[in-house]
Design a protein around this ligand. Structure first.
Ligand SMILES: [Zn+2]
Length: 125
């Protein structure tokens, strides 16, 4: 799995953290030793993990797991799905189209602003 670069991750701020977070890929990452989990919660995660082992990732010796917010969802840092790297790859590969898009949006906004200014000038005259 490719990992997202530090330069890419740095653009998304601190993200979120907690004793458990479900990654957009569907895997629930659990800081199984976290003091924020009750014994009942720990037991429930263990039972669910035994039933669906591929759906749970237990991270030992940490108080919380962290995730990055992107595109309206959470991607757990270090998750094997590699979704952050895929987003980075997409933006990198499509950068010419993305830059052209922003240029077109800026041109449109500039045109609208100029029309507004012209309209205001007409009213003031
Ligand atoms: Zn994931």
């Amino acid at each position: 799995m490719a990992e997202a670069s530090k330069e890419w991750l740095d653009q998304f701020g601190v993200g979120v953290g907690g004793p458990s977070i479900t990654c957009r890929c569907g895997r629930t990452h659990v800081a199984i030793d976290s003091g924020d989990l009750t014994e009942e919660e720990r037991a429930a995660y263990t039972t669910r993990s035994q039933a669906k082992p591929k759906s749970y990732v237990f991270e030992s010796g940490v108080e919380s797991v962290t995730a990055t917010l992107i595109d309206g969802g959470e991607i757990v840092d270090g998750c094997e799905c590699g979704l952050m790297a895929r987003y980075e790859r997409f933006v990198s590969i499509e950068r010419k189209a993305i830059l052209a898009y922003f240029r077109a949006v800026a041109d449109k906004a500039e045109k609208q602003a100029n029309e507004l200014k012209a309209g205001m000038a007409d009213i003031a005259a």
